[in-house]
Design a protein around this ligand. Sequence first.
Ligand code: APR
Ligand code: PHB
Length: 407
Amino acid sequence: MTQRTQVGIVGAGPAGLLLGHLLHLNGIDSVIVEDRSREHVIDRVRAGVLEQGTVDLMHAMGVGAGVQEAGLRHEGLYISFLGQRHRINLTELTGGKAITVYGQNEVVRDLIEARTETRRPLYFEAEHVGVDDLDSSQPLIRFRHEGMDHELRCDFIAGCDGFHGVCRPSIPAGALTVYEREYPFGWLGILADAAPSSEELVYTLHERGFALFSMRSPKVTRLYLQVPPSESIENWSDQAIWDELLRRMTTRDGWTPNVGRITQKSVTPMRSFVAAPMRYGNLFLAGDAAHIVPPTGAKGLNLAASDVLVLARALKAFYERGSSDWLNEYSDRCLRRVWKAQRFSWWMTSTLHRSPDETAFDHQRQIADLDYLTSSPAAMTSLAEQYVGLPMDVSFESVGLNECRRN
Ligand code: APR
Ligand code: PHB
């Protein structure tokens, strides 16, 4: 079966779905091709912190009802070290901005619903997905769906298929430069049926390593623990996880997470990765397909959103005015913001984790870094403006949306 579309989108994660909807709002056709099932994509547990700009974008796109209803707006966060929590007031330091805790899987669920309402094509469980003719004016997506072979001819392909997707590896070797850093630790993450004992996130550096207190709802706590990168989850009984979490997180004033039944647990390695440029011919990479950040700065999903906003702007300029200028600038515009988020995520990660090869000097320097951070208004402001999200490169108006801020 042969089909044609303006923009073929590979991957129905946040990047692919947000792009599809932005294009829809601008009258541009797209087909989304996803290799996993709808249930898998929705149930997959991922991070859950939305920058102010991401929340604003979802509202402006008309897909903000879920985040409005169930998102938890946080106006501050805690940094904890030497047994003491220190609050950083994000909202006061950023002229009223905040972050919103709302699971990425909820974002994806809302966006799939919005896509379905548009009646534009979204194929789940596509097999043997491949891309071809990338440097031609009609690149091709091939896939098999419900036993039928499909060929999708496109003007452009958006590679939104995450770090392990097919788009980036389809670019000829030598056309991309890869910048990469692996960390000598990973995160063991759990979801627990326990009411969050703090209204805001707590990032902890303990002498036994990093720990993070987060949440998903008034009844569900999300917690993370620094572990070796290849640690097997089988090595951790629920009791051992709680013992270690409480040991690292409990502060001298007696604050501690509430304990409850663990409903999900997994270990994820951490890396920083950038592939540049984010374009080859008429294939444009966006989100995790082009870059990965360690989760400490909570930037992954938000970078996917800022990439596709730039891409939508570029495609709109092409279809409305025949101008390729924005398409030509796509990669550079995205990478400027990506590198700042990379730097921030690397800094948060290196300041809050203990490395196997660190010296006693390194650890004292970390403590001094955190002491400075939590006592200097200048340092707190710097963290706050990056944590709530640096400005996006493109205005919402330029993609036909109204700027809007909901608190
Ligand atoms: N064909 C089609 N779809 C694919 C393929 C393929 N060969 N390979 C992967 N995919 C799909 C995945 O199943 C997934 O649904 O592409 C989607 C990519 O989504 P994400 O990995 O969520 O990446 P992205 O949309 O860029 O969002 C970035 O995701 O990993 C988190 O922390 C990251 O929050 C950030 C966000
Ligand atoms: C999460 O809630 O999953 C979360 C929060 C903050 C992070 C990373 C993940 O930095």
